[in-house]
Design a protein around this ligand. Structure first.
Ligand code: ATP
Length: 255
């Protein structure tokens, strides 16, 4: 299933947040959204997830979700959003309830996603026993468990230290390479965008408009840490964003 924004604009009261955004989110690709603080990235993600309706324009779902998809649009948040009193397995089981699956089918899904996210040994751990990186792997496993058509990822690595971020980027690349998934990935971090994005959408400061779309053709599995070409892409993105980011920062300070 593809997602599309068709001339989407949005206001909160008198504040114009997004202006005339037309974007395609093709199946099997990771599309990163970058842009200065407050330019409407999270708002755009909420629109894609159907949590908010745009003031103008349309959000389109084109095609059908995979046959065994339990939840077409699934979020992954910065703060993991795990239930602290449930084990890893219990957190995964939660999203499989109320879908009419047999216990054996639920167990099979949980076993599969635990293995894919290298969490099999931690099935009985509670969130408080896990590092931040592990918690986010549980959140990724929970999203994968429902076999979503599209994962909506809102700064999923930004609460983690830089080494853990690198490890999780490697994990995401491994997961995608073994079984491509579709994701919209909002981030402030240009290094993440060039490692993970097939396409990187650069938004202007608020009201967010599409400033540029950068397509990266290097396969994800070949994008190594410190790669010179990625570094150049990152600098190109920063050149596009620098002035807008500075202006957005100054604006926030004056609020
Ligand atoms: N529910 C809301 N009601 C009113 N204003 C809102 C609401 N949600 C967001 N805003 C405002 O809309 C603008 C865009 O917010 P949004 O969180 O989408 O931006 P962002 O690009 O994700 O920001 P950041 O990079 O800081 O996370 C901001 O000025 C924010 O204060």
């Amino acid at each position: 299933m593809d997602l599309k924004l068709d001339h989407v604009s949005h206001h909160y009261g008198a504040t114009e947040v997004l202006r005339d955004i037309t974007l395609d989110f093709p199946s099997g690709q990771i599309v990163c959204i970058v842009g200065p603080s407050g330019c409407g990235k999270s708002t755009l993600l909420r629109m894609l997830g159907g949590l908010e309706q745009p003031t103008a324009g349309k959000v389109l779902q084109i095609g059908t979700p995979p046959a065994d998809c339990l939840n077409p649009l699934t979020y992954i948040f910065q703060d993991f959003a795990l239930l602290p009193w449930r084990t890893v397995r219990g957190n995964l089981a939660l999203v499989l309830e109320d879908h009419g699956l047999s216990a054996a089918a639920r167990d099979a899904i949980i076993t599969d996603v635990l293995a894919r996210t290298k969490l099999s040994e931690f099935a009985d751990a509670l969130p408080k026993q896990l590092s931040g990186g592990m918690k986010q792997r549980v959140a990724i496993a929970r999203a994968l468990a429902v076999n979503p058509a599209v994962m909506l990822m809102d700064e999923p690595l930004s609460a983690l230290d830089s080494q853990t971020r690198e490890l999780l980027m490697d994990d995401l690349i491994g997961l995608w390479t073994r079984q491509p998934f579709t994701a919209v990935y909002v981030t402030h971090n240009l290094a993440e965008a060039v490692r993970l994005g097939h396409k990187i959408v650069v938004l202007s400061r608020r009201p967010g408009q599409v400033r540029d779309i950068v397509t990266l053709n290097t396969p994800l599995a070949e994008r190594a840490y410190g790669d010179a070409e990625l570094e150049a892409q990152q600098q190109h993105l920063w050149a596009l964003m620098r002035d807008e980011a500075a202006a957005a920062d100054a604006e926030l300070l004056n609020v």
